[in-house]
Every structure is written in C-alpha cells, then in structure tokens.
Design a protein. Structure first.
Length: 308
C-alpha cells in the first residue's frame, strides 16, 4: 500500500482515533499516513456542536515519522456531506460501506463496529469515527510511544507533575465545555456530580493514600458543583490551571497511575496512553444518553452508574 489517507474531524480526542485507525492499517499494509485536514479547515466552523472552530491538534506530538498532511476534498461519492450521499449513508450504511470499501474508501461514521475487509488497493481513504478498541488494539504499544508531546513541560505545572508521579495519583477528568451545549447535552451529558463523587468513593476503597488531580475545561464549575473537598476533606485534590495546551494536558494526565474518566474521548485517551501497570480505571456505565453501546469499554474497568 502506498498511502493511507484519513480524514480528521473534531478535537484532539477524535483525531487520535482517526490516526490510530490509520496507524493500524499502516502496521498491516505499510505505506504513508496522510492526515486530511479538509473538514477541519473548511467546515468545522459550521458545526452545531462546536464552541469554536476545530483545527489540526496533533502537530506537537511525536507520531510516526511517516506521516504527512493534506488539505484536499474527497470526491462527492465519498463525501458524507454530499446531499446525494447523506440519504444513502442513512438508509443503507452497510451496503454503502461494502461498495466503497472494494474501491479503497472506508466510510463508516457510526458507533457500531464494522469489520474491515482485506484491502488490495494502492491507496486507501478513510472517513469515520473509528471509536472502537478493535480497530487499533494491535498498535497500543506504538501509540503510547508516539502520541507523546515534543514540547517541553511547563515549569508552572511542576506541582502537577510531582503529584502525578506518585504511586497512588488519580486523574479525574471532567468534561464540561460544549457538553452543556443543548444539542450535545441531549446526546452525551450523562456524568452527574454524583457520578464523580461515587467514583472517588469507589477508588478510595482500593488505594491507601490517593492523591487526586482534577483535569477539566471549567475549574470553577467543578469547584462550585461537585465540591470534592467538602465531600472528602480527608483527601487532597489538586486542580490544573485551566489554561494549558492539549499536549501539556495529555502529558500530565498520562503520567497519573489511576483514572476516573468522563464519557469523553480526551478522557479515554489519557487512560489508554498511560503506561501505568495495574491501573484502576473507573468509567460511567453509559457513554450516550440513549444508552447505545460503544466499543470503547475495556476489560478490567470498574463501571459506576452515570446518574440521571
């Protein structure tokens, strides 16, 4: 295989799933990964669920050395935004996938798993979410070595690095931001304050001296609504500054030894990329409000009722 073109959409969490999918194909077939930023560059500002324009978010990570960028539109018959393709994708998603896969286009923008057939094309084009561990579980080691920031750690975050290096450090990742957007809230707002307090209660039964580090895009909301210190005055809770870049956040989060995550792709990647052995991962028992299944739940996780 010569090239694996993968269309990038969303923020860093989503982009990493798309890169991981391409990385798995690369491991199997060889070739160069070409990250397509067309959707990010030309369409993301029109999204109803975004609070700001999306952009390429992997530029400050190591990644595989054989990766390139392109800004090029896919042909109309491989464009989910095409008015001709939208009804086909909705009514006949699997038939459309099979038809396109035989021609080198892997088109699957759904949460249920689609097995990938053997590919015999010189170039492959992929457009999808690929949020299922089965798409890339064979490259977990490679990803944990490659999705590493190339920037230097910030001195002002040394207090986080010191705490995260401890044997019983716990990363608590709380997604706020556009999860309060009415459109997104109907789909993804499942983690209530009670979920996070119950998760802390659960993990303290398994750790002797936990130190909690809270990562969130809205520190003030967390302090006002979850109130960890009031519920658990016997434990120490540290908070990120709230102004760091995504690569700095990922570096701090993955250094932690245990995880309490939200139903967020960013949360998910923090625990997945961590090299901590015997890590405890606590997750909400639902990823979507409607209860649909998603292939991101991993063996050994502890599931806590999300609430509501």
């Amino acid at each position: 295989m010569n090239e694996i073109h993968v269309l990038l959409t969303g923020r860093l969490g989503n982009q990493l799933f798309q890169y991981a999918f391409a990385r798995s194909l690369q491991k199997q077939y060889g070739g160069r990964i070409v990250c397509n930023t067309f959707d990010l560059d030309h369409r993301s500002e029109k999204s109803k669920v975004a609070d700001q324009k999306f952009s390429y978010a992997m530029g400050d990570f190591k990644l595989d050395e054989n990766v390139a960028l392109e800004d090029a539109a896919l042909p109309w018959y491989a464009d989910f935004s095409s008015p001709l393709i939208k009804p086909v994708k909705k009514l006949f998603p699997r038939r459309y996938f099979d038809f396109m896969a035989r021609r080198g286009y892997l088109m699957w923008q759904r949460t249920d798993y689609m097995p990938i057939p053997k590919l015999e094309c010189e170039d492959v084009f992929a457009w999808g979410w690929w949020q299922d561990i089965r798409y890339f579980q064979d490259v977990q080691t490679e990803l944990s070595d490659e999705v590493v920031p190339v920037t230097d750690p910030l001195p002002e975050n040394q207090y986080i690095y010191n705490a995260a290096s401890g044997e019983e450090s716990v990363c608590i990742s709380i997604r706020c931001g556009n999860y309060f957007n009415p459109t997104v809230k109907k789909l993804l707002y499942v983690c209530t304050p009670e979920y996070f307090r119950n998760a802390v209660e659960s993990i303290t039964k398994r750790l002797t001296h936990p130190k909690f580090i809270v990562f969130t895009d809205d520190v003030d909301w967390v302090k006002e609504n979850i109130r960890f210190e009031s519920a658990y005055p016997q434990y120490e809770f540290l908070y990120e500054r709230g102004s760091d870049t995504v690569e700095e956040k990922i570096r701090m989060m993955t250094l932690c030894k245990h995880f309490i995550i939200s139903n967020s792709t960013f949360s998910w990647w923090a625990q997945f990329l961590s090299k901590s052995e015997n890590k405890i991962v606590i997750a909400p028992d639902r990823w979507f409000v409607d209860g649909r299944r998603i292939g991101l739940y991993m063996h050994g996780w502890t599931l806590i009722p999300a609430g509501q």
